[in-house]
Write a protein that binds this ligand. Sequence first.
Ligand code: NAG
Ligand code: CA
Length: 221
Amino acid sequence: MRPLIGLFLIAVSMALAGSVPIKTLVFSTATSTSYVEMIPQKPLNLTAFTLCMRVATELSGQREIILFAYRTGSYDELNVWRELDGRLSFYLAGGGVLFKVPELGALITHLCVTWDSTSGLAALFLDGKRSLSKIYRKGHTVSPGGRVILGQDPDSFLGSFDEQQSFVGEISDVNMWDVVLADNAIQGMFAGKRVARGNVFDWESTELRTNGDVEVAIREL
Ligand SMILES: *[C@@H]1O[C@H](CO)[C@@H](O)[C@H](O)[C@H]1NC(C)=O
Ligand SMILES: [Ca+2]
């Protein structure tokens, strides 16, 4: 078989099987140096968002784990955490909102965080299931001009990392929208449907800049 036809048939069979190749990031060890910067498609000037990822970690209940960090010169504008006690949380430039949900573990969880400034409604989705809603930072705006990284919590602009807060495990399919997606769109995404691409981050096209000991691999979703 000619190579091009072979490739075409592989692509067709993957499409028929509904599988999609995606990049995945593997952080094998705790460090204060390894991280991946994600370059957004538009400034994070946000009065609402949906942020999703597929994530797994074997660090259970031992320490805090940073899952997503967006920082400007002065503030942690949007940080997502696995807390010491296993709760999941996010912080918009100040005190956070915490959710008592099933703990992340070694099996990959599809996690989404949603927030809307007008109503203040904040919620998490784990594997398509919605948490209770909480009211958080009504009227707030996430400010543009910062940098987004995976793997470390910056206490200064892209610096002052703490190994004891670093991410260890696998993370992929990090997408972000500047609106709150409907529950059924998030459920569909968990089930593997390719819903409309993220307009802030689209994992398929977002430029990733890796630093230190992090592997970027391709796997089938
Ligand atoms: C942020 O968004 C607001 C409202 O859409 C707009 O008025 C403002 O100019 C934006 N700021 C930046 C720096 O993009
Ligand atoms: Ca820190």
